[in-house]
Design a protein around this ligand. Structure first.
Ligand code: AP5
Length: 190
């Protein structure tokens, strides 16, 4: 079992590279952004709360995110090949909660893979995606807020995972396939 945290700023390619990992390794996938967008679509209580935060480029409070984590993880059963955590954790309390939840099950994170991409490229990718997908948070003003939230609240996790000894840096510029080769060489050796 190889549980993987795929990490990076908005637009770094976490979702794109998760799809490639799922296809190659048969991993399960937890994208907290996708979970929240489904909740919004289904107009659940969580969705109604989450919408205001997402549209404003802010993080949903930790306690709400941590609450749903174990249930989503357990829905994959006990014998999975590994789960990709995409968009979680985004804060230190979330990283601690993830570690604890896995530890209670005798599991762990095998690797945290940080995709690094320059800010101008992130902005371009997200503006372009917003034009096609209509994602409500892919407009210039909200992207700027999301990047700011990433730098202040999420990027400190790079050091947190370095201390855990499982941080791997991957250059996130280039073709999707080239980047995936870099990721696969990490996944193959952990
Ligand atoms: P979330 O859905 O996780 O969004 P994000 O982190 O902002 O990431 P994105 O989905 O925008 O980017 P990505 O890195 O997956 O890149 P992608 O592969 O799509 O979260 C949304 C919101 O939900 C948050 O702002 C927050 O409010 C809330 N939330 C979620 N999780 C939370 C949590 N744990 N705690 C609190 N709040 C939470 O690629 C982007 C684009 O680039 C695509 O169009 C793609 O085709 C293109 N692309 C990909 N790779 C390349 C490449 N190599 N070259 C050129 N283009 C590329």
């Amino acid at each position: 079992m190889k549980n993987i945290v795929i990490f990076g700023a908005p637009g770094a390619g976490k979702g794109t590279q998760s799809d490639k990992m799922i296809a190659k390794y048969g991993f399960g996938h937890i994208s907290t952004g996708d979970v929240l967008r489904r909740e919004i679509k289904n107009e659940t209580a969580l969705g109604k709360t989450a919408k205001g935060y997402i549209d404003n480029g802010q993080l949903i409070p930790d306690e709400l995110m941590i609450d749903i984590l174990a249930n989503v993880y357990d829905s994959f059963g006990k014998d999975h090949k590994g789960i990709i955590f995409d968009g979680f954790p985004r804060t230190t309390p979330q990283a601690e909660a993830l570690k604890k939840m896995l530890h209670e099950r005798g599991h762990k994170i095998a690797a945290m893979i940080e995709l690094s991409v320059p800010e101008e490229e992130l902005m371009l990718r997200l503006i372009n995606r917003g034009k096609e997908s209509g994602r409500s948070d892919d407009n210039e003003a909200t992207i700027k807020k999301r990047l700011n939230v990433y730098h202040t609240q999420t990027a400190p996790l790079i050091d947190w995972y370095k201390k855990e000894g499982i941080h791997h840096h991957v250059e996130g510029l280039g073709t999707v396939d080239d980047i995936f080769e870099r990721i696969a060489s990490v996944v193959d050796k952990v």
